[in-house]
Ligand binder design. Structure first.
Ligand code: GLU
Ligand code: ZN
Length: 281
């Protein structure tokens, strides 16, 4: 790959204040783009309307800038692939859903609301990755469902190993049907799931390398299947080790004391915070 063509992204969800764990992963993303003379994109993953709160979008941009992030395409600055707010990109997701339906890669599912609600969020470790779907609705046809509300699930190729070379961890392998099952690509209430929205946007925005937390490794396997089904080329992947608190728990948005907001309010400087990471690593 021509290095000047490197395109990386930061893709925060405005569901709470950003914390040091996000900042560290994003910092790796920014450094990798910088080292390659590439472009860094900011995408606002705001599809989760139930948890999404307007106030967090502004805070997110402000906290990122304070910490030292700079992007050349994004919701606030525009760019070739605008819009950069997922809530404004529904047409892209609908088109992808149509492609999946036409190719018979997905089926309508009328199972419990709980699994389906969870689908918009990326399955980070603390949320526990979704249980393997037993395949109850695999034989469903849209004609039988009629106008009943349904979500759409991707039928994974049971027994197939999905492998990829992670730029940080090396060879990764996941077994479809065992490490992950049929996953939701579209919710019954009309909201695209994280897996689909992420693939559609990373492809449309010509992202060449996705940098994100190691808790999304299994999701990468799911997404590789989606790229294939949609006839799209998958980017490269670099998964970062997760940041943990003193008790070994993964940092989450509920660790308020470690939110960038709080740290800033307590007079911490981004330089100092970054120095601390390098000391611990
Ligand atoms: N918005 C997603 C999240 O915050 C992005 C995950 C990813 O980088 O793919 O979890
Ligand atoms: Zn079902």
């Amino acid at each position: 790959m021509n290095h000047a063509n490197y395109r990386g992204r930061l893709a925060p969800s405005p569901t709470g204040y950003l914390h040091l764990g996000h900042a560290r992963t994003f910092w790796v993303a920014q450094e990798r783009a910088r080292a390659r003379g590439g472009t860094l994109i900011l995408r606002n993953d705001d599809l989760d309307s139930t948890r999404y709160q307007m106030e967090f979008v502004g805070a997110m941009l402000e906290d990122l800038r304070w910490f030292g992030f700079a992007w050349s395409e994004g919701p606030d600055v525009g760019g070739r692939f605008a819009p950069y707010d997922q809530s404004e990109r529904m047409d892209f997701y609908r088109a992808a859903l149509e492609t999946l339906r036409a190719g018979n890669f997905i089926y309508p599912c009328t199972c419990s609301r709980k699994d389906i609600q969870a689908a918009t969020r990326a399955p980070h470790a603390n949320d526990d990755d979704e249980p393997i779907y037993p395949g109850t609705c695999r034989q469903n046809r849209k004609s039988e469902i009629g106008n009943r509300k349904c979500s759409w699930r991707f039928r994974v190729p049971d027994g197939e190993t999905v492998s990829f070379a992670d730029a940080n961890f090396g060879g990764e392998r996941f077994l479809a049907g065992k490490d992950f099952g049929d996953f939701v690509v579209w919710r019954g209430d009309g909201v695209p799931a994280y897996q689909l929205a992420c693939v559609v946007d990373d492809a449309a925005m010509q992202i060449t390398e996705v940098v994100r937390g190691a808790d999304l490794l299994v999701s990468t396997a799911r997404q590789i299947l989606l790229y294939r089904a949609l006839g799209l080329a998958a980017p490269d992947f670099f998964h970062c080790e997760l940041m943990r608190d003193d008790t070994g728990q993964r940092l989450a948005k509920r660790h308020d004391a470690l939110s960038l907001r709080q740290l800033r309010a307590h007079g911490e400087s981004p330089e100092n915070l970054r120095r601390r990471w390098t000391r611990k690593d």
